[in-house]
Design a protein around this ligand. Structure first.
Ligand code: SF4
Length: 212
């Protein structure tokens, strides 16, 4: 085992234990392949599978693999959808059998930290779907909620703005400028400290960097 693998596993297992203490189901898996196999075990033909916008899910090709398994995939980020169709898919995601997404930050004490533009992802993470599976790379681990928000403002949100080609100032500066315009994508800030009462959440932490 390399030093990097040792460090990822040591930190990953520590976070998994913290997540379990907060009543989440959680597992650490060393690589993408194991994680894909694990997630697909929760998906059966005919299931409605909601996709929260996520580079991590795309890197793992989970939307495509869920479709290949026979699921009805609800993905509002597919090309050529009208704004009305996107909105309807976001609404349907709230009633999915399985909702797949990532987290912007996972803390050492087992909290999930997220910033969202529309709120469909953060909404579905806490109530609606029968099951939520959060898939995250080792790069999402942060010391605490404060450092998770700092990471999002320094890295995640500017990169997402660049990806979405917004006119927001972080696409020039590379860091958050706390913009106030209508195109701002950082609108909803959530910290999920413990498993929501009526939502079954599994967290799959992967010992490789994924997403932003
Ligand atoms: S608040 Fe505005 S400037 Fe800051 S990261 Fe979000 S979109 Fe960019």
């Amino acid at each position: 085992m390399s030093i990097n693998e040792w460090h990822n596993e040591t930190l990953g297992q520590k976070v998994v234990e913290a997540l379990k203490k907060n009543n989440f189901d959680a597992i650490y898996l060393a690589n993408k392949e194991e994680a894909i196999d694990h997630v697909l075990k929760f998906i059966s033909p005919g299931m409605k599978v909601g996709i929260g916008g996520s580079i991590t899910l795309n890197e793992l090709e989970l939307p495509k693999k869920a479709q290949e398994k026979g699921a009805q995939v609800l993905n509002h980020n597919l090309p050529d959808l009208t704004p009305e169709e996107k909105m309807e898919i976001r609404r349907q995601q709230l009633l999915s059998d399985v909702f797949l997404c990532s987290a912007n930050g996972i803390t050492l004490d087992g909290y999930l930290v997220n910033i969202d533009a529309t709120g469909n992802r953060t909404g579905a993470m806490t109530f609606g779907p029968k099951k939520v599976i959060i898939v995250a790379g080792i790069n999402k681990i942060c010391k605490d909620a404060h450092s998770a928000l700092e990471r999002i403002q320094m890295k995640t949100a500017p990169k997402n703005n660049k990806r979405l080609n917004t006119p927001n100032p972080c696409t020039t500066t590379g860091i958050c400028m706390d913009c106030k315009g209508k195109t701002r994508i950082c609108n909803i800030y959530t910290i999920i400290k413990r498993k929501p009462v009526a939502t079954d959440i599994s967290i799959v932490l992967i010992g490789q960097p994924l997403g932003f």
